[in-house]
Design a protein. Structure first.
Length: 362
């Protein structure tokens, strides 16, 4: 393994769209969604550890998840876990990790990944990762992995690319946030768009230059801690100024503005497990099929449903009659029943439950 290669795992989100499974105290990245014995975070670490030395991993997470990360990834030391005192979106998360890694290795090549993805074809994935690391080591480019779409999906962002190709990588033309269904169909049928996977690769100097140019409001804050990165003082020093970092995503802050962004079109069986709908699409075996996870289920005059009970309730039987296209999910005292096409309201339901019941079901 190349000692200049690093991986940043972003694992601080609360996963509110996966409520009631995903809770403030234990979000989806720490859950064993597929009953394999490994959480999404652990599966992410396993995947990247094939190409990244274990000492070159950095996990950025919320301070309240420190013990969960250490428990699930005993291969890491406490110094490899950066603890955000509050959530400030992906640009500050990646910015802090960049400064941390630069202090350790100013020649580092960095992979950035969320903690909650699923990859079905891991050999193809490994090759894409190796190709990206080799490319950014030799070229001052910002690389994103773009997944070839298999359907008009409204839950993902899109990347439009040009014909300018360079060693399997093509130049990015535009980024588009989650479109409506009509626009998603246009994107899909055009053949000019890829799904934005949220996985990136770059050399540490290239991304630092991009931050300085496009988001000086962030670097001016993080520069205050220079000299303390990768030392025992880092956590406290960054924690004291972190609230001053702009609350903005890396896409808005840097990638949409930079002119050196390239995309690698990939197809390795990728899924962003951000919603119940994404899990349903992954597990259904045929159109309008019902899906049952972690439980036995009987369906009568019902189609298009996903039913899931958490591990503590897995000996139970669920009987569903006369409803279509619904989410039925039970976990830790909460039973959720809602239409799949209304799942964007789950965050609203979670907020209302938190307010009414004084965070009892957070």
């Amino acid at each position: 393994m190349h000692t200049d290669n690093y991986c940043v795992i972003m694992g601080g989100g609360v996963g509110s769209r996966f409520w009631p499974y995903s809770r403030e105290t234990k979000p989806k990245q720490f859950l064993d969604i597929f009953a394999t014995g490994r959480s999404l975070l652990q599966m992410t670490f396993d995947r990247f550890s094939k190409v990244i030395p274990k000492e070159n991993f950095v996990v950025v997470t919320n301070a309240i998840y420190r013990d969960l990360v250490l428990e699930q990834l005993p291969e890491l030391t406490p110094g490899q876990i950066l603890l955000e005192p509050m959530r400030r979106n992906t640009a500050p998360c990646i910015g802090w990790a960049t400064y941390h890694i630069y202090a350790k290795n100013p020649n580092a090549n960095i992979l950035v990944t969320p903690a909650d993805h699923l990859i079905l074809q891991e050999d193809v994935f490994d090759e894409a990762i190796r190709l990206s690391l080799e490319y950014v080591r030799e070229h001052p480019k910002l690389v994103t992995l773009g997944v070839r779409p298999s359907r008009p999906e409204t839950g993902y962002g899109y990347i439009q690319f040009t014909d300018a190709e360079e060693e399997h990588f093509v130049k990015v033309k535009t980024f588009t946030e989650k479109p409506n269904l009509e626009m998603a169909k246009v994107f899909y049928e055009s053949g000019e768009f890829l799904w934005n996977s949220g996985m990136f690769a770059w050399n540490v100097r290239t991304i630092l230059e991009a931050f300085n140019h496009h988001l000086p409001a962030l670097t001016s804050v993080l520069d205050e801690v220079n000299g303390a990165y990768a030392t025992a003082e880092e956590q406290d020093r960054v924690g004291a100024i972190f609230s001053q970092c702009p609350n903005i995503s890396i896409d808005y802050a840097v990638l949409e503005k930079a002119d050196n962004v390239m995309v690698l079109p990939v197809d390795f069986g990728w899924a962003d497990l951000g919603t119940w709908g994404s899990l349903y699409e992954l597990k259904r075996e045929e159109p309008e099929a019902n899906v049952a996870l972690h439980t036995e289920a009987l369906f009568y005059e019902a189609k298009g449903n996903i039913v899931s009970l958490d591990g503590d309730e897995s000996e139970q039987l669920v009987v569903v009659q006369g409803i279509d296209d619904c989410i039925v999910a039970q976990s830790k005292g909460v039973l959720l029943i809602c239409k799949r096409d209304q799942e964007q309201r789950i965050k609203e339901f979670m907020g209302d439950a938190s307010e009414r019941y004084k965070k009892k079901f957070d």
